[in-house]
Design a protein around this ligand. Structure first.
Ligand SMILES: Cc1ncc(C[n+]2csc(CCOP(=O)(O)OP(=O)(O)O)c2C)c(N)n1
Ligand SMILES: [Mg+2]
Length: 695
């Protein structure tokens, strides 16, 4: 029972705890009711948990929500977003802008909460990084938050290993992630948990809201596994708290987590969804719809809350948070800031690295020694060129690291220089990550590392980008500069057949807003692609690289590969720069287009070759530049790409031709496939002639 009615005497600590918890609950109830949509039940149940984590445990300074050594809080069951909006509001968490400046104004105002789920409100339907300060990662697609939290935990151990020195614990933060049945049912959660157990990430605590309810009803319908045993099998510590309202037990479990070394912790918390609602508690009805006016009143009555008060924050609540997380957070941050200042005098280079990383700057000389590839008709595979570049970048940029989902030797992503090392429980400084065959978790973990300001990459075969796509989509939504290295970009692994031959993957990734896809045409374009990608601060990039050697073009004859930075460029032109036909290609088809072009020139046909490694980059160039590359007057255009033809109409227009894939591939040697599907320079030249009526 909330002590709100009894205002005559000073409240006890326990009463203030309860008052604060019921404030979180009622704000959540009221916001959902006013929005006529949302999820009240889980905030009602988990208010005591989240209250305990924030007000008693977390080292988080509401005045500076991007202080690097803060504890991280991830709400993986993102539908319970009102928990987060309530906490950010009640703790007075401040907003930060894109330039990382602290603005001093609230991150989430009471008015935002009144406008929950409405346009421009800082209290949207689900937690959105980049939109609301204090949100550590975007959640809503179940499982993503917990998987991302593993990347945050990996990052913390890596940072601690590199930067901490005796007497200087610059990085020693913890990661708390709250999740529900859905997160633990999703495969990505399992993949990530398995890796976290293997890596012994003892800075990571997941709290499982064991309420036995999902949307369709009881978990007895579809989720009856023994979660505790599963996590014990992963190598986690498993704790149980049998009552979600028992703050002391919750705190005890969190303290056990803090003391535990060598393994992550799962706290299984038994709760009742919709706690306090006389008719909806413990039912799926409390999950995803407003309680209804009458039930709201009854619920408030059960809390001892004024039945008709709305969006009420009683006196004493904000002060209680200020005395808890506020005071603890500012003290921790101030101590840390002083520690960093003295660290800076002893270890100036390391301190400079930490600063640069926070702003997503690159260190001076980050691109020195990048390879330059000499003209060579036999050429170099995209993946091999990439491997060379990665090894240079990783040596130039201390906090650049990554790995593959068990395809390092094929992706050529292994960092092989002396001292690169392999990230493991016993080697937190390793720069080669081994994600295992867990593409989805890999991409989520790369997000978590990027959220921790490391520059991280993940790699696999391009076809398996599908397995990682939900997390790649979130990289783009969060505006994170993650890097995905996808090799075996098309039919280059011929004999493996259609299961391994990407068709629609390029179109699918190109459709993700904000994601930069790059399919370089030769080794020097690979170098330039990385040069472009490394300078991105707020956009993820997917590099799509060939398995097989591609001729290294002679850049004395053809335009320099630096044109990659404009997305598409005129590689070879008609005499006088007045083409009658334009051949557009990416990746392995660039050399086909060049061959066709030479043939057409010999026949007196004025063709131009446009290398187009990236639609997205090209689309962001000025209209003048775009029209200089693709003059509107030249409507005879042939695009050639070993992938779905989907979308190429926009560049070839209604009068153009696309040589691409309309079916799946086949199992055969590459040459046979090229012949079968029309990827031959004679076919490209023939299409050009046909368009010009010159057969
Ligand atoms: C990947 C994904 N699939 C489906 C959904 C839709 N969805 C949102 S909440 C939910 C049920 C979640 O159950 P649980 O995690 O137990 O949450 P609780 O209702 O207990 O809060 C579902 C299916 C989603 N958000 N993400
Ligand atoms: Mg549930």
């Amino acid at each position: 029972m909330s002590p709100i009615a009894n205002v005559s005497e000073p409240m006890t600590e326990a009463q203030l705890d309860q008052l604060s918890i019921d404030t979180i609950r009622t704000l959540s109830i009221d916001a959902v009711q006013r929005a006529k949509s949302g999820h009240p039940g889980t905030p009602m149940a988990l208010a005591p948990l989240v209250y305990t984590i924030w007000n008693r445990m977390m080292r988080f300074d509401p005045a500076d929500p991007i202080w690097p050594n803060r504890d991280r809080f991830v709400l993986s069951n993102g539908h319970a977003s009102m928990l987060l909006w309530s906490m950010l509001h009640l703790t007075g968490t401040c907003a930060v802008n894109e330039e990382y400046e602290r603005l001093g104004q609230p991150s989430v105002s009471l008015d935002d909460i009144r406008r929950f789920r409405q346009i421009d409100s800082k209290a949207p339907g689900h937690p959105e990084y980049h939109w609301v300060s204090g949100v550590e990662t975007t959640t809503g697609p179940l499982g993503q938050g917990i998987a991302t939290s593993v990347g945050m935990a990996i990052a913390e151990t890596w940072l601690a290993n590199r930067y901490n020195r005796p007497g200087f614990a610059i990085f020693d933060y913890d990661i708390y992630a709250v999740c529900g049945d859905g997160c633990l049912m999703e495969g990505v959660g399992s993949e990530a948990a398995s890796l976290a157990g293997h890596l012994g990430l003892d800075n990571l605590c997941w709290i499982f809201d064991n309420n036995h309810i999902t949307i369709e009803g009881s978990t007895s319908l579809a989720f009856t596994e023994d979660v505790a045993t599963r996590f014990l099998g992963y190598g986690w510590q498993v704790l149980r708290v049998g009552d979600a309202n028992d703050l002391e037990r919750i705190q005890q479990a969190l303290e056990v987590f803090r003391k535990t070394q060598g393994r992550p912790t799962l706290i299984i918390l038994d709760s009742h969804i919709g706690y306090g609602s006389p008719h909806k508690q413990g039912t799926a009805a409390a999950h995803g719809e407003p309680l209804g006016d009458e039930e709201v009143r009854l619920t408030k009555r059960s809390y001892g809350w004024p039945e008709d008060a709305q969006f009420l924050v009683p006196d004493g609540v904000r002060e209680h948070f200020a005395a808890g997380i506020g005071a603890r957070g500012v003290a921790a941050r101030t101590t840390w800031t002083a520690l960093l200042a003295s660290y800076r005098t002893t270890y100036p280079e390391l301190a400079t690295e930490i600063d640069a990383m926070q702003r997503r700057d690159l260190p001076a000389g980050w691109d020195r020694n990048l390879p330059v590839f000499a003209a060579d008709p036999k050429g170099v595979a995209g993946r091999d060129a990439s491997g060379k570049v990665l090894n240079v970048l990783a040596q130039n940029i201390p906090w650049f690291l990554g790995g593959s989902a068990d395809l390092g030797p094929s992706n050529k992503t292994t960092l092989t220089y002396d001292g690169a090392g392999h990230f493991q429980a016993g080697n937190r400084g390793g720069k080669n990550l081994h994600f295992g065959i867990r593409e989805h978790a890999m991409a989520a973990i790369v997000n978590g590392m990027s959220l921790s300001k490391l520059r991280a990459f993940g790699a696999t075969f391009f076809i398996f980008s599908d397995y990682a796509r939900p997390a790649i989509r979130l990289s783009a939504l969060m505006e994170l500069p993650t890097i995905l290295v996808f090799t075996h970009d098309a039919m280059g692994d011929g004999e493996d057949g259609p299961t391994h031959q990407p068709i629609e993957q390029l179109a699918s990734l190109r459709a993700i807003p904000g994601l930069i896809t790059l399919r370089p045409g030769d080794a020097n374009e690979v170098v330039e692609a990385y040069r472009y990608v490394m300078q991105l601060r707020h956009q993820p990039a997917a590099l799509v690289l060939s398995r097989q050697p591609l001729p290294t073009l002679d850049r004395r004859t053809y335009a320099p590969a630096s044109g990659v930075a404009r997305g598409a460029y005129v590689l070879a032109d008609a005499p006088g720069g007045t083409p009658e036909v334009i051949l557009i290609a990416s990746g392995s088809e660039v050399s086909l287009a060049v061959q066709a072009h030479e043939q057409l020139l010999a026949e007196g046909i004025r063709s131009r070759v446009v290398s187009m490694p990236s639609w997205e980059i090209f689309d962001h160039q000025t209209q003048a530049y775009r029209e200089s590359v693709l003059p509107p007057s030249v409507t005879a255009r042939v695009a050639v790409e070993q992938a779905s033809t989907f979308g190429w109409e926009r560049y070839v227009g209604s009068a153009g031709r696309v040589i691409g894939m309309k079916t799946f591939g086949a199992s055969a040697p590459l040459k046979a496939l090229q012949e079968k599907f029309g990827f031959e320079h004679v076919r490209v030249a023939a299409a050009a002639r046909e368009l010009l009526g010159k057969q």
